[in-house]
Write a protein that binds this ligand. Structure first.
Ligand code: G3H
Ligand code: ZN
Length: 292
């Protein structure tokens, strides 16, 4: 099937009260494994390339130093791979730019065929975040692409994304933001963090509930990796409809390689690593759909 925008996929989650996983892919094997697992559930899939990590797909191992050109090259590579898999797949696939940090970057991804882009203005002033997000929405919606925005900078380091000033989302800012920005999804900081948590995370569920009461666009939880299942269930109950997972997917791949390295068999190692990723994605999909 051709790629699809994010919005209709999230509309289904709102209608039926579940959450859709969104998996960061930095390698073709990840894209292939994640789509294959979603096919088993006949579920739409959201595959996303993060700002800096796209530079990895553009050939920069030190992707944190990636240039806009490196990121563009990487975004093109991941887009071509995902488009190819999606065309051969019976399920709807969304190709999403994760944590886009400039208008220019989102436009590049529009040109590359992404069907959804995130503009992450959470570390700017509210006024700047609103202004830039409105601009991204105008461009993206003009060509049928969905937009995710963010309020309340998510902490932690994820694919080189890190925010110094971590802040919990301000509910009044949500009220103002959604009255001015017609985005299709809104990521909120409620104590969630990128990367694996040191200990059990603490989410401000009252804050999440207060945000949901404003009837915002579908809410997004970043930092899905390492979040205890019962906290995921509670977040979904209170309105989270898209949950991003990156670190755990990469860890599953690495653990697969580690567990088979002694066999000195490339094919066995690669297959086990992909099967590990698929098993993780399977667990997350079932959990997010309320089946676990
Ligand atoms: O934007 C990406 C996600 O927020 C991933 O976070 O690595 O903690 O799963 P995670
Ligand atoms: Zn994130």
């Amino acid at each position: 099937m051709p790629l699809v925008p994010l919005r209709p996929v999230l509309d289904a989650t709102v209608k039926y009260g579940y959450a859709q996983g969104a998996f960061n892919v930095n390698a073709v094997a990840q894209a292939e494994a994640v789509i294959a697992v979603h096919e088993m559930f006949r579920s739409p899939a959201i595959l996303q390339g993060a700002d800096l990590a796209n530079a990895f797909m553009g050939g920069r191992v030190d992707f944190a130093n990636g240039t806009l050109e490196d990121k563009k090259k990487g975004a093109r590579n991941i887009a071509e791979a995902v488009k190819k898999f999606a065309e051969q797949s019976p399920i709807p696939v969304v190709l999403h730019l994760d944590h886009g940090i400039s208008y220019e970057q989102t436009v590049q991804c529009l040109r590359l065929g992404f069907t959804s882009v995130m503009y992450d203005g959470s570390h700017d002033s509210l006024a700047d975040n609103i202004r830039e997000s409105q601009t991204v929405v105008r461009s993206a919606h003009a060509v049928g692409v969905s937009v995710e925005c963010e309020l309340g900078a998510i902490s932690g380091v994820e694919d080189g994304i890190s925010h110094k000033n971590v802040n919990l989302v301000d509910v009044d800012e949500v009220r103002e933001f959604i009255s001015k920005v017609d985005c299709d999804a809104l990521a909120v900081g409620i104590g969630n963090a990128h990367g694996m948590y040191q200990g059990t995370p603490h989410f401000d569920f009252d804050r999440l509930q207060a945000c949901q009461k404003l009837s915002p666009p579908p809410l997004v939880l970043h930092g899905g990796s390492g979040t205890p299942d019962d906290m995921i269930r509670q977040a979904i109950k209170l309105g989270i409809r898209k949950i991003n997972v990156a670190t755990e997917l990469r860890m599953a791949f690495m653990e697969g390689l580690e567990s088979t390295v002694g066999q000195r068999d490339f094919y066995q190692m690669y297959r086990t690593a992909k099967e590990n990723m698929a098993a993780l994605a399977r667990h997350k999909i079932q959990l997010f759909q309320g089946k676990l």
